[in-house]
Write a protein that binds this ligand. Structure first.
Ligand SMILES: Cc1ncc(COP(=O)(O)O)c(C=O)c1O
Length: 398
């Protein structure tokens, strides 16, 4: 019968969507190989290295023999360090038994959805948002219900708008703030009301706060600072963004200790345990604190201000100033119309092919909410921001 029959994908696996940032990454590498001078606003990856004390601790841990399996929920040293770090950051009292170390934030999100959702459950997901949420919700057989973010509501998630979408079938509400791709964050009142409401209704709040240290206006207010988080919140964070450790694949969950202990079996079935020597180094990263990060954040704030100003100066582009993360999500609807293009996908393709500028189409996140928009990661040098936007302006005017 041939390989098509032998290797037909399950219905569940066919529901998975690829994160398009990785597709564009491959396309930009191909262009670079052909000698094109590429400016990439594509993948959401910090452009700094982990601090030297973390790298040296990882090498030392390998030399000292931390190369074997470890506990599925993570090394006790790191679970303790995460609990202390988060408790100090947010002024709360998280215990090590409420923490699970995971293989990147991605696997934390995957585990939440496959462990907590039943077929037919509804999951409220912002649109636009990080594409994994929709993809994995469908994989789990659940039904995504989209909360549309748009310029009219400042691209912000509010309690009232979420509440309107809740039905008896709602099982999970996904929050991501600061938000990828829009760069907005949530207000304390909305977070508090949402967690309180969800706890009373028995709904899980999956709160992906991986950009919590990339905030430019006010301090991040976490779901862990609410009074009823232990009844509803599945908090996700990780080392990829704040510590520049995307390739290490280290993340973590904080939630009710009963759930955490059940996740041990799920984690064990997927990956046995997170990488052992990395966890020793990650514990060091947390214990040393974030004083090294302050100048980096200042640099990112300057980039945010610069790219925002640049977009304000392009005719036909509408843009909201990001409050956090390192993304900006301008609306190019008018440009697309004036240039006679089909949509934002054609715009992204043309900028890549004709000017070597990598941007992601808004509909990669993952639906209608991103129509007419492009996502730019400003985790790039100021020089690249100026060069890249100049090319876009010149292309629009050509
Ligand atoms: C909102 C959001 N959550 C999770 C992740 C994945 O993080 P990790 O590298 O820890 O898997 C990303 C990466 O871009 C992200 O933007």
């Amino acid at each position: 019968m041939g390989w098509e029959t032998s290797f037909r994908l399950s219905k569940a696996a066919s529901q998975l969507g690829a994160e398009e940032a990785f597709v564009y990454l491959a396309r930009s590498l191909e262009l670079k190989r052909r000698g094109v001078d590429v400016v990439s606003f594509g993948i959401g990856q910090p452009d700094f290295q982990p601090p030297p004390h973390v790298i040296s601790e990882a090498k030392k841990a390998m030399d000292e023999g931390f190369n074997g399996y470890g506990p599925s929920l993570g090394m006790p040293e790191l679970r303790e360090a995460i609990a202390s770090f988060v408790s100090e950051e947010y002024g709360v009292d998280v215990k090590a038994e409420e923490v699970a170390v995971t293989v990147g934030a991605k696997s934390a999100i995957f585990m939440a959805m496959i462990s907590l959702l039943e077929p037919g459950d509804e999951v409220i997901i912002p649109d636009p948002s990080y594409p994994l949420y929709e993809s994995v919700a469908r994989f789990a057989g659940a039904k995504p219900v989209f909360l549309r973010l748009h310029r009219g509501n400042g691209y912000k998630v509010t309690f009232e708008e979420v509440e309107k979408l809740v039905t008896p079938k709602t099982r999970m509400i996904v929050l991501n703030y600061p938000e990828n791709p829009v760069g907005t964050t949530m207000d304390q009142r909305d977070v508090e009301e949402l967690v309180d409401f969800s706890a009373k209704r028995g709904i899980v709040v999956l709160s992906d706060e991986i950009y919590d240290h990339f905030v430019y206006e006010k301090k991040h207010f976490s779901t862990l600072q609410t009074s009823s988080w232990r009844d509803a919140v599945y908090y996700v964070n990780g080392f990829s963004k704040t510590f520049g450790m995307t390739g290490w694949r280290l993340g973590y969950v904080i939630s009710n200790k009963e759930l955490i202990s059940k996740l041990s079996v799920v984690a064990n079935n997927i990956y046995s345990c997170p990488v052992t020597f990395e966890q020793i180094a990650a514990a060091k990263a947390l214990k040393e604190g974030l004083s090294w990060f302050k100048p980096i954040l200042e640099g990112y704030r300057k980039r945010r201000d610069l790219i925002y100003r640049e977009f304000l100066s392009i005719k036909g582009v509408k843009v909201v100033k990001p409050e956090g993360a390192f993304y900006i999500f301008p609306d190019f609807t008018e440009v697309i119309r004036e240039k006679g293009l089909k949509n934002e996908r054609e715009l992204a393709d043309r900028l890549l092919e004709e000017r070597g500028v990598v941007v992601l189409p808004g509909t990669a996140f993952p639906k209608e909410g991103g129509k007419g928009h492009l996502r730019f990661s400003f985790a790039v040098s100021e020089n690249d921001i100026v060069r890249g936007i100049a090319r876009i302006k010149e292309w629009i005017e050509s």
